[in-house]
Design a protein around this ligand. Structure first.
Ligand code: GTP
Ligand code: MG
Length: 199
């Protein structure tokens, strides 16, 4: 068996939707990318497929207001990565928050996703939003991996300490929490292996 990771052969934007009626027909197994606004969802997606700029990223939180589907061929496998709008953006109204929840729940309730990646910024604390979301996914029997993001932003020793603290707070088995950086590529191969293990 080759130890080399399969190459990404193709990655392309497929569709965007702001309501269930606009969801594209289900084709490949879908992987949902979930997390707080600005946590690094679009950056992680770009790094996973080695396409800088495929998913739009921004220093301004709340950029991705739609669901975006990206079709990805990796080795012989075809999947779709679904970039979901981020939650917890402070400057949105209660009505917008409710609309986010309806949209994301309608996607997850449609049971199209085979796996959810719940992203957590290494420098932030695991909050009630994340633990509720994780519990909500578990209730629906949707497997989840937690992806720690922006690990390059702390010095190695501090990063290791934060990782330990977060792992304790999250409480998932070790192999379900993966430390990554979209900037350096840390953890991306490990993440793909974990995803393969779930499909
Ligand atoms: P929304 O679409 O607004 O919900 O945000 P998002 O979760 O898609 O975050 P996005 O990928 O747009 O990243 C937000 C900011 O964090 C951008 O300025 C990115 O460049 C930065 N960023 C994301 N991942 C990393 C990382 O691993 N390392 C560093 N240093 N910066 C990162
Ligand atoms: Mg985004």
């Amino acid at each position: 068996m080759s130890s080399r990771a399969p190459r990404i052969l193709a990655a392309e934007w497929r569709a965007a939707a702001s309501a269930p009626a606009e969801f594209p027909p289900a084709r490949e197994p879908e992987i949902a990318i979930l997390g707080r606004s600005n946590v690094g969802k679009s950056s992680l997606l770009n790094r996973m497929v080695n396409r800088r700029g495929l998913a739009r990223t921004s220093a301004t939180p709340g950029k991705t207001r739609l669901l975006h589907w990206y079709a990805v061929a990796r080795g012989a496998r075809e999947i779709a990565l679904v970039d979901l709008p981020g939650y917890g953006y402070a400057r949105v109204s209660r009505a917008e928050r409710a609309a986010w929840q309806r949209l994301v729940e309608s996607y997850l309730d449609a049971r199209r996703a085979r796996l959810a990646l719940l992203l957590q910024d290494l420098r932030r604390d695991w909050s009630e939003d994340e633990s509720l979301l994780l519990a909500w996914l578990a209730q629906r029997d949707l497997p989840a991996l937690v992806v720690l993001t922006k690990c390059d932003k702390e010095k190695p020793q501090r990063a290791a300490a934060r990782e330990r603290e977060l792992r304790t707070a999250i409480g998932l088995p070790k192999e379900r929490v993966i430390a990554t950086s979209a900037k350096t590529g840390r953890g991306i191969d490990e993440l793909w292996r974990a995803i393969e293990g779930e499909l």
